[in-house]
Design a protein around this ligand. Structure first.
Ligand code: CU
Length: 458
């Protein structure tokens, strides 16, 4: 983490001299982070104790305690985010990153948040889910004047209830949220033993439309996003969630994309422990293997990591576990296109014909345009995982140290516990007798989508 004690000077030099000298002296430091590495949070240095959360590929924002108020400083600004190795994006975010840093406070804390606008347009911050005075709600035009470029505003309220929250602009949302402006907020309970877990992860779901070769998202896109991300990272760039066997694990997810994401866990019993509104009483929690996280919603999911291994945790919409791909690709399953691909490539260099007997892309290595990601390029110990986008792994291991979040590498399977090729005699398959064809029955006329209708319900 780089300190940015001198950032105000930089802002002033850039012509953003709206903050008065006196006000500058009162503004706390705005720490910055530009690396995509997960920063395990240190325990709170002052104030009430709590069990900190971990933001995969992200970090938590330090504060300054002043007159018993926690003071934070967020700087809204253009950032460069590495989506995954091989692809960077020009986004907007906070303190050097998209999403911005996670804010952690304790129920009952008085918080004061300075927000400096270094964007080329107005902004504001809405504290999604907080119970606060109307004038602190951060809706530009309705509850406050917008924060003009170069200006610093201050928000102050008491974090009244423990739970899972987010922050994002309520000004030019289509552009600003579409450019990656968002952050996580966790209010911990006053008593750290309440809802205590061993590992507590947080992430935001978002999506971008970045054409291959481009660096800046198209913010006018409403449906056809092509980069589906967890904390603005796409698999295989998403960090694995390392957990110790038998840890009680919580994953808090917020959704600030424009569609719902059914998140699916493998190998574990998961339950919904919290919603936008707060915690669910233990007796009322419901078990799921896939939890749909709607637009603007937050969910806290919990499970006991009782099964060692490398377990997928991902969005179940197939095209959300892919990266950039052209739309309007014809479906060629079952089509023998030997020879055709070469002819098409003479006309359209780089065109990818998918299909033949299947469309698995595990073996394909096409030359890529600049600055984009292969569609499903995640590699595992047994070969291509054929996944990208909103996909990560939960790596459950014996004997990890408390607070050790480093990737433990691939799982070493005990002897005889991996699916394998059967080389013995094949059993005779049992088949039902074929029904005679009815002579008058019409042949079903299958009509393919035209390439647009098939994307309804994004
Ligand atoms: Cu999804």
């Amino acid at each position: 983490m780089t300190s940015r004690r001198n950032f105000i000077t930089g802002a002033a030099m850039a012509g953003a001299a709206a903050v008065s000298k006196a006000a500058m002296g009162a503004v706390p430091e705005a720490p910055q982070q530009s690396s995509a590495a997960t920063v395990p949070p240190p325990p709170p240095p002052n104030g009430r104790p709590y069990n900190p959360v971990v933001t995969p590929n992200g970090w938590s924002l330090p504060w300054r305690m002043k007159d018993n108020v926690k003071e934070f400083h967020l700087v809204a600004e253009p950032v460069v985010r590495e989506i995954a190795p091989g692809m960077k994006a020009n986004l907007w975010g906070y303190n050097g990153q998209s999403p911005g840093p996670t804010i952690e406070v304790v129920e009952g804390d008085r918080v004061r948040i300075f927000v400096t606008n270094r964007l080329p347009e107005i902004t504001s911050i809405h504290w999604h889910g907080q119970l606060l005075p109307n004038g602190m709600d951060g809706v530009s035009g309705l509850t406050q004047p917008p924060i003009a470029p170069g200006k610093t505003f201050v928000y102050e309220f008491t974090a009244r209830h423990a739970g899972t929250f987010m922050y994002h602009p309520h000004a030019d949302e289509m552009a600003q949220i579409g450019m990656g402006m968002m952050g996580f907020w966790v209010t911990h309970p006053k008593d750290p033993r309440q809802h205590a877990v061993d590992r507590d992860f947080v992430f935001l779901l978002n999506a971008y439309d970045i054409e291959p070769g481009a660096y800046t998202p198209n913010v006018n896109t409403m449906l056809d996003f092509n980069i589906w991300t967890i904390n603005s990272r796409a698999f295989p760039g998403t960090d694995a969630l390392a957990v110790r066997k038998d840890d009680r694990v919580r994953i808090r997810i917020g959704n600030l994309s424009m569609t719902n994401h059914p998140f699916h866990i493998h190998g574990h019993r998961m339950e919904v422990a919290g919603t936008d509104g707060g915690w669910i009483a233990p007796a009322a929690r419901w078990p799921e293997v896939t939890v749909d996280i709607g637009v603007g919603q937050m969910r806290a999911l919990e499970f006991t990591a009782d099964a060692p291994g490398d377990w997928p945790f991902h969005c179940h919409k197939s095209h959300h576990t892919m990266n950039a791909m052209g739309h309007d690709v014809p479906n060629l399953i079952g089509v023998d296109h030997r020879g055709v691909a070469r002819k098409i490539n003479d006309l359209v260099p780089g065109y990818m014909v998918m299909g033949d007997k299947g469309v698995s892309m595990g073996g394909m290595r096409m030359p890529l345009p600049e600055n984009t990601l292969p569609m499903m390029d995640g590699q595992g110990p047994f070969g291509g995982i054929e996944m990208g986008g909103m996909f990560t792994t939960i790596k459950v291991r014996e004997g990890l140290a408390r607070g050790d979040y480093r990737d433990p590498g691939w799982y070493a399977h005990p002897q005889g516990t991996v699916a394998r090729e059967w080389t013995g005699p094949a059993p005779e398959p049992v088949r039902a007798a074929a029904a005679p064809a009815a002579p008058d029955e019409p042949v079903a006329n299958v009509k393919r989508g035209d390439g647009h209708t098939m994307h309804d319900g994004h």
